[in-house]
Design a protein around this ligand. Structure first.
Ligand code: SAH
Length: 340
């Protein structure tokens, strides 16, 4: 595992095996996660002898920006490249309450959602916690801002990279590091049921969001193959259990595909599913640049959200940011991979 993916105790172990005092581990953690330098040579309070073996054995993961798009609304989208040449997308969004960074968790994805660009060419590999942190650290450097929140809604399925995503969460919320607030990390999943139970057991304070996108199980299966493995009833049961175990709320995402999942019966069924959840439904018009011939206008999404509201569901259409820079995740990487 790379050096930025390691917990402080694991760093201490490395130093103790070398016969070095444990405070060196704290210094190293501070350089990596608080000061966020990218070279051991910049760690001025670290003896050269230590910097040498660290440099030889533990390269510091970095996200190198190979494309940067800046939208008129201030949204920035990056194509970041890692040491092995694999690329992911990261988006930095400016809200009134601060900056939010949308982080990719895998290179590609194996979930196969039919409308999504990220999964088109399958999964290449999962990212390490250090690489996910590097996305946030580099976005902070480029924008010269500290992120107030992180959404794991970039390329990949976070729960398909469970251990590294948990490390990412623990490390980014470490008070001695980036010190993000516990509740400011949102994990979005297409619904890997066993991992939702695993996550609940850990009782983290992160915010869980479920990509539902259909209220009828068969309909959901037709656009999200994951529903064949973990049918919707099991998913909703896992959500109820998650709320009970963690005391946290779960929110839902619903991508409107006009003429497919935005009828009255869809709204009614969805309302019945989320009733009792004290929840919020994020309604999103499907981005046509995704995949397949799915479409919806913002207006159509608003009409659907209106139906939900009239049924007593707390629903809003998410502000669309970065429209002029193809900010829907997966597009930039796909376009780049395909034009190679
Ligand atoms: N794999 C996770 C997180 C990544 S996708 C998940 O499924 O939740 C982040 C969100 O974007 C998901 O809700 C996903 O369904 C949605 N999405 C993917 N392609 C889209 C498209 N073309 N238009 C609108 N939303 C899309």
């Amino acid at each position: 595992m790379d050096i930025c993916s390691l917990y402080k105790e694991e760093l201490r172990e490395i130093f103790s095996k070398r016969g070095e005092p444990s405070f060196r581990a704290d210094q190293l953690f501070d350089w990596l996660h608080s000061k966020r330098v990218l070279e051991y040579s910049d760690m001025t309070n670290m003896p050269a002898s230590i910097r040498n073996w660290l440099g030889d054995e533990y390269p510091i993961p970095s996200a190198q920006c190979i494309k940067r798009q800046i939208s008129s609304d201030g949204t920035e989208k990056y194509l970041f490249s890692f040491a092995d040449g694999n690329c992911v997308e990261t988006v930095a969004m400016q809200y009134e309450h601060g900056m939010s960074v949308c982080v990719s968790t895998q290179v590609g994805c194996r979930m196969g959602c039919r409308f999504c660009a990220s999964t088109q060419n399958g999964l290449v590999r999962s990212l390490t916690a250090g690489e996910m942190l590097a996305e946030v650290y580099e976005a902070s450097r480029l924008t010269e801002k500290t992120a107030d929140s992180v959404v794991l809604m970039g390329i990949g399925e976070p729960l398909d990279n469970f251990d590294q995503v948990i490390r990412f969460y623990d490390l980014i919320t470490d008070e001695r590091g980036y010190a993000m607030k516990n509740r400011s990390v949102t994990l979005s999943t297409c619904g890997l049921v066993p991992e939702i139970y695993e996550l609940a057991k850990l009782k983290k304070q992160l915010t869980l969001s479920i990509s539902l996108h259909a209220a009828f199980s068969e309909k959901r299966s037709s656009i999200m193959p994951v529903n064949l493995r973990y049918p919707m009833d099991d998913l909703m049961e896992a959500c109820r259990s998650y709320v009970k175990t963690t005391g946290r709320r779960v929110s839902f995402e619903y991508t409107v595909i006009h003429g497919f999942n935005d009828g009255d019966e869809d709204a009614e069924k969805l309302a019945s599913l989320v009733r009792g959840f004290q929840t919020h439904v994020n309604v999103i018009p499907v981005n046509e640049a995704g995949r397949g011939d799915f479409s919806a206008t913002r207006k159509q999404a608003e009409i659907f959200a209106g139906k939900l509201t009239s049924l007593g569901v707390n629903a809003t259409v998410r502000r669309t940011l970065g429209n002029d820079i193809s900010a829907a995740c997966g597009q930039l990487r796909r376009d780049t991979v395909e034009t190679k």
